[in-house]
Design a protein around this ligand. Structure first.
Ligand code: AMP
Ligand code: MG
Length: 361
């Protein structure tokens, strides 16, 4: 009898290994991506993380705006030559999504401005050092008004009516990637996870019968300014002026550009957005940074964003009343917090994911 019991224990131990928390970190998209998986056995979690990491490597190659060897760079080269080019289903949905986000943001979010990002020196691994671009070149590029709507797609072949278009998905690719990562984890049997690429993350399930609690970075001192709880399926994205910039003559020029002028924006130092569509949250965080202190609420409304918090140059925090109800500010920090108007009117709060997922074959 004792032998049977021991065997049963042994079988149970091997069949149902303890469900733990698995944490792993990968380096991709020029940043560290952290996976936290809860409630799954370790082997399943590690297997799923490895699969997502393979997807990440492909995204890194094929969605890269300036490192040659991938699809996007090849497409940009074709556009510059005035040639059409066939694009795979791994890239096409991002073009469609980018068009939609450009429209929703009134043109403030514009992934067709890769040449402007390049001329400012941001198509490099290291942020540019003390070098201002030729402003006449900046104006000339902006005057060519590259837009996602210059692109037409027929049978998977992309044609651009404007050779000045150069695609740079840096403003929303992390959002797409984090969403695809949690979707893949789910198909591989994971129920609770968070995939966090620093400025952007997506969640799945819960943190052990609790919501996921995340910190929003303080743009002023690198600590945390506030924490917020996310439900499974929500994403949080933060755009920061402070993240990448060129400093010339004591002035910081950010990597986020106003597509109309071609100039870096500098009124808001950080914008955080929560939405169930991570790609949209990422695009909106970038777009609202461009919109600035006067227009961010309007642009949030036009993009269907309800949960937003922004920090301006003076360190004042503004947040939609819906967001204020969710955040807890770090105790002990001297903060001026201003509630802005509510943004939820007209927006269906139970927004579903609207992303068109790229297919991985
Ligand atoms: P994020 O950190 O998500 O705000 O993305 C910033 C990146 O988006 C920059 O490094 C550029 O590659 C790209 N970008 C800059 N300005 C814009 C813009 N107005 N619209 C879309 N993408 C932009
Ligand atoms: Mg963004």
């Amino acid at each position: 009898m004792r032998v049977v019991a021991a065997l049963l224990c042994f079988l149970l131990a091997t069949c149902t290994p303890p469900k733990t928390e698995v944490r792993e970190t990968r380096y991709v998209f020029g940043t560290l991506v952290e996976f936290v998986i809860r409630g799954a056995d370790e082997a399943t979690a590690k297997h799923a993380i490895a699969a997502v990491d393979r997807d990440f490597q492909r995204m890194h190659k094929d969605w890269h705006a300036w490192k040659s060897g991938g699809e996007l760079v090849a497409l940009n080269e074709a556009i510059a030559q005035g040639e059409d080019r066939a694009v795979s289903p791994f890239v096409l949905p991002l073009i469609e999504q980018a068009k939609r986000f450009e429209d929703m943001s009134g043109g403030l979010f514009n992934p067709a401005i890769g040449n402007l990002v390049d001329v400012w020196g941001f198509h490099a691994d290291e942020p540019p050092q003390g070098r201002m671009p030729d402003l006449a070149a900046v104006r000339a590029l902006a005057a060519q008004a590259p837009s996602m709507h210059d692109l037409t797609i027929s049978d998977g072949v992309v044609h651009s009516a404007n050779r000045a278009v150069s695609l740079d998905f840096g403003g929303f690719a992390k959002g797409v990637a984090m969403d695809m990562a949690v979707a893949k984890l789910k198909t591989m049997g994971i129920e609770n996870a968070i995939v966090n690429a620093g400025g952007g993350l997506s969640t799945l399930g819960d943190a052990g019968e609790r919501m996921w609690k995340l910190g929003i970075r303080d743009p002023r001192d690198w600590g945390v300014i506030a924490s917020v709880e996310l439900m499974g399926g929500e994403s949080l994205h933060t755009s920061g002026n402070y993240e990448r910039f060129v400093e010339a003559d004591g002035v910081r020029y950010s990597h986020i550009l106003n597509p109309h002028s071609g100039m870096p924006v500098d009124h808001l130092v950080s914008v955080s957005v929560i939405h169930t569509d991570g790609a949209l949250a990422d695009a909106a965080a970038t777009a609202l940074t461009v919109a600035g202190p006067q227009a961010w609420t309007e642009v949030a409304k036009s993009m269907g964003i309800v949960f937003v918090m922004v920090v301006d140059k003076q360190g004042t925090v503004y947040a939609s009343s819906e967001m204020l109800a969710r955040v807890t500010f770090e105790p002990g920090k001297a903060l001026k917090v201003v509630a802005s108007e509510p943004l939820s009117q007209g927006v269906v709060l139970s927004q579903m994911r609207q992303s068109v997922s790229p297919s991985i074959r």
